[in-house]
Design a protein around this ligand. Sequence first.
Ligand code: ADP
Ligand code: MG
Length: 734
Amino acid sequence: MLELTTPVQYVKGIGPKLAEILATKGIATVGDLLNYLPFRYEDRLNPRGIAELHAGEMATVIGEVRNSGLFRTRKMPIFQLTVGQGRSKLRCLWFHGAYLQDKFKPGQLIALYGKVEQDQRSGELQIVQPQFEMLGDAAGDAADDKAAASLEVGRIVPIYESAGQGRVTARWFRRIIRTALDDLTPELAETIPAAVRDRLALLSPREALWKVHWPEAGESFEDLQSARTPAHIRLIFEELFFTELGLELKRRQQKAQTGIAFRLDDRVRQAIKKILPFHPTAAQKRVLKEIADDMQKPHPMRRLLQGDVGSGKTIIGFQAAIIAIENGYQVALMAPTEILAQQHYFSARRILENAGYRIVLLTGSLEADRKREIRRHIAQGNAQLVIGTHALLEEKVEFAKPGLVIVDEQHRFGVLQRLKLMKKSGDGSEGRGQAAASAGSAASTADKNPAEPDVLVMTATPIPRTLALTLYGDLDLSVLDELPPGRTPIVTRRITDARSPEVWDFVRKHAVAGHQAYVVYPIIAEGEETELKAAIKMYRELSGKVFADLKVGLLHGRLDSELKDQVMRRFQKGELQILVATTVIEVGVDVPNATVMVIEHAERFGLAQLHQLRGRIGRGAAKSYCILMTGGKVTEEGERRLDAMVRTNDGFQIAELDLELRGPGEFFGTRQAGMPSFRVANLIRDRQLLELAKREAAAVMAGPNAEVTQVEISRALVALRTRWQHTYGLVEVG
Ligand code: ADP
Ligand code: MG
């Protein structure tokens, strides 16, 4: 009998070679295999009669091979196959189909799936490049044939993605999954508490697994294709439920730790107010209060502040910093790029230094001596606000009294890096509950300051709330949903680069009127991709010819950091009117006088990136313009990105579309960042189930009570651990 945790090699018919191929698909256990769901289904119970097909529909046709052959046109070889049902015939074509020669024998039964089209010349119906599957005796092992054949026709048939360059076919999966189901232990434990299962009318795990692979004849075909059958819902909910349960557990563990209870008395309040260069928006006030409330609690804060570009997150970070500093603690503020760290350093000095706070900048590019000196300041507690880049994480920085860590523009950090960061400034005490706290590093400073510092993470990636709560599930969420007053919406236009003279005229007009402009290129130097205009070359052209009478600067990632710094500062001061740049300016850069953003080869940029870039303008009261120039062919997806940019300034809408276009893995960079990837759930399609799962998981963890027993909770936690261990590779969660 197979258990879900049994290694997949123990399924009959899977040897070491096949197990290796399956491993590439992330299939290691029987449970993994059974959760390898069909990506679509074919209705071979009621396959379509050829005579009743009509153009434009997707159809499954089962027929008999009549004849086939390759014929050559001037352009390419085309393989043609005719299948028949009684007197009706249907033609199928494959372009460049030479590889299909000798594959089909007359009389053979075959299932085809594809879009029915009408041939322009003959007017006959045909299917071009259908997916197909031989039925019946093709596999060769005669004894199994009958049983196997009954898996392929006369029913709704699951279609799986093949693996191992197609060697492990849909058909193979169908048989092997069937075998695994047949041999699966009848006592598959229910790990979801009964109250939850009843409330949502969930199928038992065993029934769900059977039905998702082998739907009953009466199952709604539409529900199957959209993964909305009861069987799908059970499996998807289960996956989401355990994810949320794990996150809930982590949150609870964090909350239970000792943190710093900062005091927020009138003196501190005054200090916070005093630095404000403007009236905070209502949203800023609300968010600051949420943060301040957290900081006063004796448990470590773990809060995500989400606010679209330009919503004014920086000042909130500074205010939180003051609370910590006024309580005698040190603050670390981390930025993803040096430019941004620099900028924070300058605004911190502008805003905070008058109040007497001691601020240092620590970046990777400083000279070793200088770094050592700064580190000493930090270790001795002289530096109160430490601003830096990843260098703060990577190098040995010891804080005398760390109180608060602020991470700006978190989307640039992987989730894992965030963990590392908390460890470091958390003076060694691990506090994440999932990895063993390293006793060695904890010993050094732990006795001086045993409390975990607070952490505030700021991001401009506008993620829908539930998604945020899952992806950053161990963080509490604050949302800055209001822009500072006086902003006029940015006007965004698309233009082909054939019209660049007009664009340059436009830029000039604004520069002459006293404003500034960015011109952004996707690459730095020529030769990287020959047809693209590179920043350096265009800088020469723009500074030397087009804008010879204006002051033009160049900024890209390969400049040494002193020069970068210098250029950025001159632009900030208004000494440069036009800044030619790469995406180094993408995040955070704040020059309110800049009102024009020209992006060349805009089709090359991702949607989130375009939105971030555009976020560099529209930061002051003057009307701002974003000009998306395209050169060359734009893909369909590119079109959708550009359309979205022209249509809306709303970060949430942009994020939704981006999520849709790229899929959650890419969108969040979760693959590198070690977020669990989902096997059956899809965070976008299943958003409602996610919400449900989150609610139910929280309720379960709040037990035991009238609904959930202690035994059920324990059982769920054990299941959680097993699941996370082998799926996500986490060592310990409970
Ligand atoms: P982001 O959220 O993108 O980090 P910033 O904190 O850089 O945004 O703020 C964007 C700009 O808006 C800055 O120039 C900042 O000084 C200004 N700003 C922030 N809050 C306010 C406010 N309440 N009133 C006026 N200007 C503000
Ligand atoms: Mg910012």
